[in-house]
Design a protein around this ligand. Structure first.
Ligand code: SF4
Length: 387
């Protein structure tokens, strides 16, 4: 069966695919070992709806108020043919070249469907690069459409803007509504914006590779409200590290085709099906839960509950999971600490030996600390309290 048809069956025959966006790709790249997310995203399943149907609705996302505020700020930054945005690009990344004045080109990117828009954007980038070389023109592409192949499936991505400089360079612009106070902003939010911009940059590089003389560079411009006002300010993001990490992670993503082929026929994530059936379908695709999922994936509460039920050590975080090596459940770790669960001929694994040593040191320390130490550690006192 062709992959497209197989993915449509998984999604539900009457359900339109949910397109991948850069935010989802950045989150996907942050957890490349999760086949569940790779398959659901590759099949275009609406994970928010799926989480709701499973009885574990997603716990993150922007409020309507925040979305409206973000849209109004973006409109302000892009007003008058992107005059303010181009001023900021020239100020931070102009490399001493001519300012755009009021002469920037603003190509029309309208076309039917994402494929049409991606084609129109590629053409506009080609024309803008030629205009830069011949006339030294600036070009401002408002919501261009870029395409990036991910796990064998094309993902259509829409950055806030791309600016073509008079020297032919291309710059991704990310507009966010969180404030930049005295020149710096909330580090996790800036990090998320940089990962997202790195996804756009990778897509832009693919287009640039087909165009002679085009260069996508390695920086992006982050535009935010200045302090507590509605006035825009900007900072340059160096994306070299994020681009390398994202490229490596996306290349490692398990191919959707292989994941889909391993599933039984008739399995579906159609949210109109009963919750038990959906839970069974979701459970048939291996997941790789980590607490970081809570900030990045709509299925996080569902996956966390299943991981807890299974006593998996993944709920304790990636570093603990890595330290415990072959021990994958809390029960196994407790057994190892107590010296249980080894075959008579097995030598202890390094993880078991380390846990046993840690348990012995802890017991010795608690003995030395007496009842007070046991109480501080939240343990019952071995001796009754003397009144
Ligand atoms: S929440 Fe579940 S599906 Fe989402 S990335 Fe984590 S493990 Fe994978």
């Amino acid at each position: 069966m062709p992959l497209r048809q197989r993915l449509a069956d998984l999604r539900g025959p009457a359900v339109p695919p949910r397109p991948l966006d850069a935010r989802a790709l950045a989150a996907l790249a942050a957890n490349p070992g999760c086949g569940r997310r790779a398959l659901l995203d590759g099949a275009g399943v609406d994970k928010t709806a799926l989480a709701g149907a499973l009885g574990s609705p997603a716990g993150f996302g922007q409020s309507q108020f925040a979305i409206a505020r973000g849209n109004s700020f973006e409109a302000r930054v892009k007003a008058d043919g992107g005059a303010e945005l181009l001023r900021l690009v020239h100020e931070r990344l102009g490399a001493g070249g001519e300012p755009p004045g009021g002469r920037a080109r603003v190509p029309d990117l309208a076309a039917a469907g994402p494929e049409g828009r991606a084609g129109r954007t590629a053409l506009a980038l080609r024309e803008a690069t030629a205009a830069a070389r011949e006339e030294g023109a600036w070009s401002f592409l408002d919501h261009p459409m870029l395409v990036l192949e991910v796990a064998g499936t094309p993902a259509y991505l829409e950055p806030d803007a791309v600016v073509v400089h008079p020297d032919g360079r291309w710059t991704v612009v990310e507009i966010k509504s969180f404030p930049m106070i005295d020149g710096s902003a909330d580090a996790p939010k800036v990090g998320a914006a940089a990962r997202q911009a790195a996804v756009y940059l990778l897509a832009l590089e693919r287009t640039a590779a087909r165009l002679e003389g085009a260069e996508a560079g390695h920086t992006a411009l982050l535009v935010c409200p200045e302090n507590f006002s509605n006035l825009p300010t900007a900072a340059v993001l160096d994306l070299r590290k994020q681009r390398a990490v994202t490229r490596r992670q996306l290349d490692r993503l398990t191919r959707v085709e292989e994941l889909a082929a391993a599933l039984p026929a008739g399995l579906s994530f159609d949210v109109s099906r009963p919750a038990e059936e959906l839970a069974e379908a979701v459970a048939s695709v291996a997941a790789s839960y980590a607490p970081d999922c809570l900030a990045a994936c709509e299925l996080a509460f569902h996956c966390r509950d299943r991981a807890r039920e299974a006593g998996s050590v993944t709920v304790l975080g990636r570093s603990v999971r890595g330290e415990l090596g072959v021990l994958t459940t809390v029960e196994e770790a407790l057994d190892a600490a107590a010296g249980r669960g080894e075959g008579p001929d097995d030598g202890p694994s390094p993880e078991r030996a380390a846990l046993r040593l840690a348990a012995r040191l802890r017991a010795e320390a608690l003995d030395a600390a007496g009842d007070g130490g046991r109480r501080l550690a939240g343990l019952p006192c071995p001796r009754p309290e003397v009144p």
